[in-house]
Design a protein around this ligand. Structure first.
Ligand code: FMN
Ligand code: SF4
Ligand code: SF4
Length: 470
């Protein structure tokens, strides 16, 4: 498949050829060299248009900015084609047959109509397209910010070239070609170094059928220990639209899917009224991905969270997301080694049924345009803080080393090692050994066939997983 990187490589090759053709013309001054230069200029327009669209996509810019880039670059292509096709097909032919074409209709002379159109394309519209790419510098996105800063510099160079040639001195124009020659080469190299792997095809489709034309493109993302949050995310998203993808934060293609979605449904299990560290780290490590995304947060819990949905919502908001709603779902308790919230099987089944009803109702409300806002707002926040976080919030601040494995029970089956999302468990001499990076998801504790693992309590009271309650 044609990868985004490819368009950057093609753009670099095109810019190098373009610069080479300019040098060739300046040295030889032949008609052939001029034709090659002009043809390359015409071809460079669409190539740069594609490169800019991909850059805009890779920089996670909003749909409006992407359309602005598309608009400005379309102007570049059309004006360039007009100026150079007229020059090749009309002006130069007339000159060749001896017609005395006035100076102000010739390319390479200033002032002239063709040069004015060319300057408008490569100075003014190109400059605006570059400036759009530079918009929205994101704190802590060092590599992408380099692209944004380089784009702003190139945009300013194009505009200085354009206005300078128009109003001050025609030689100032030569600043502009530095931006769409060497400048675009630098930007493309920076983009390749950032390491995008989104596909060309996806981006073309994005422009043709984006959310304005096609409506919402939803994606479900969850983290789950015993399956409650996974079940909730899947039911919610598929109830909304059967074709919606639902991925775990542990899936390798989750970030590629984020790029193409405009409404992301997050689901996670509340831990002491806050978000598990693994989920917080996922959001923070990919902070540049959430800008301009609409998000809906589902928090699953054994009993109470106060502002479960708000906790993750606020974090996402910090990185530019728009929180559209939240949903709190009471589900079977996953703390297998604590008696406190254990319920009879029938009660847990009933809880899941109620959660299903609540999800369906919430999806209906989202479709009607007034989504549920559970957990979002100052009162929920107060409840979450004073109800739990003030006393227990510190427990999830870091990963923990407190997981206990009973050596006498452990048979070294490796189930826990394979399941752990943190790779926190290893088997040494046929016994499981825990590290210090447990995110307290309780997956291994609930799945160990020998009930050998505990964390908050001393003994496994009851192992749970969503499949038992369906
Ligand atoms: C370490 C830990 C802390 C928890 N803290 C809370 C809590 O503060 N409030 C609550 O209602 N449930 C709490 N729970 C229960 C889970 O949030 C709940 O069972 C959740 O639905 C599990 O979802 P999962 O299967 O997707 O992991 C906690 C569970 C764990 C493992
Ligand atoms: S799942 Fe249980 S028995 Fe198997 S290796 Fe892990 S601790 Fe040991
Ligand atoms: S060690 Fe167990 S509880 Fe801790 S993160 Fe791994 S699977 Fe989850």
């Amino acid at each position: 498949m044609f990868k985004t990187k490819m368009i950057y490589i093609i753009t670099i090759a095109d810019a190098v050829l373009y610069l080479f053709s300019v040098v060739m013309f300046l040295f030889t001054k032949t008609e052939l060299a001029l034709t090659i230069w002009e043809m390359l200029t015409i071809v460079s327009g669409p190539i740069l248009l594609f490169a800019m669209l991909h850059l805009s996509h890779d920089l996670n810019q909003s749909v409006i900015i992407r359309y602005a880039v598309l608009g400005f670059m379309t102007c570049v292509c059309l004006l360039t084609a007009v100026a150079h096709v007229v020059n090749i097909c009309v002006t130069r032919r007339l000159i060749a047959v001896g017609v005395d074409v006035p100076k102000y209709f010739r390319i390479g002379q200033w002032p002239s109509v063709e040069m004015a159109v060319d300057y408008l394309a490569w100075g003014f519209f190109m400059g605006l397209a570059y400036l759009c790419l530079g918009l929205s510098i994101v704190k802590n996105e060092r590599k992408k910010n380099r692209i944004r800063i380089a784009s702003i510099i190139c945009g300013c160079m194009c505009l200085v070239g354009f206005f300078g040639a128009l109003f001050i001195n025609e030689n100032l124009w030569y600043i502009a070609p530095m931006a769409y020659g060497p400048g675009i080469i630098v930007i493309c190299i920076l983009a390749i170094l950032v390491g995008t792997d989104s596909r060309l095809f996806t981006i073309v489709i994005f422009y043709l059928f984006n959310d304005i034309m096609k409506g919402v493109k939803m994606l479900g993302i969850y983290f789950s220990g015993t399956g409650n949050s996974r079940y909730a995310a899947e039911l919610f998203c598929r109830e909304y639209d059967k074709k919606t993808r639902v991925l775990s934060i542990e899936d390798s293609d989750v970030l590629t899917a984020v790029n193409d979605a405009n409404l992301i449904v997050f689901a996670y299990p509340v831990q002491f009224s806050t978000v598990p560290k693994i989920m917080r780290d996922f959001v923070t490590d990919n902070k540049g991905m959430w800008r301009n995304k609409k998000v809906f947060v589902i928090a699953t819990m054994g009993l109470f969270s106060g502002d479960g949905a708000g906790m993750l919502g606020r974090l996402l908001e910090n990185y530019g997301a728009e929180v559209t709603g939240g949903l709190h779902l009471k589900m079977p308790d996953s703390i297998a080694d604590e008696k406190a919230l254990k319920r009879p099987l029938e009660k847990n089944k009933e809880l899941v049924k109620q959660a299903e009803q609540k999800i369906k109702k919430s999806v209906g409300q989202l479709k009607e345009g007034h989504p549920t806002k559970e957990g979002i707002g100052p009162l929920y926040r107060l409840a979450g803080f004073w109800g739990q976080r003030a006393y227990f919030g510190h427990k999830t601040r870091e990963y923990t080393s407190k997981l206990k494995i009973n050596n006498e029970r452990c048979v070294g089956c490796r189930k826990c090692e394979n399941l752990c999302p943190m790779n926190n468990i290893t088997i040494v001499e046929n016994k499981a050994v825990s590290g210090n990076r447990c995110t307290m998801c309780y997956r291994c504790i609930n799945k160990c066939p020998k009930e050998a693992i505990t964390l908050l309590g001393k003994n496994v009271v009851e192992q749970c997983e969503i499949e038992k309650y369906l």
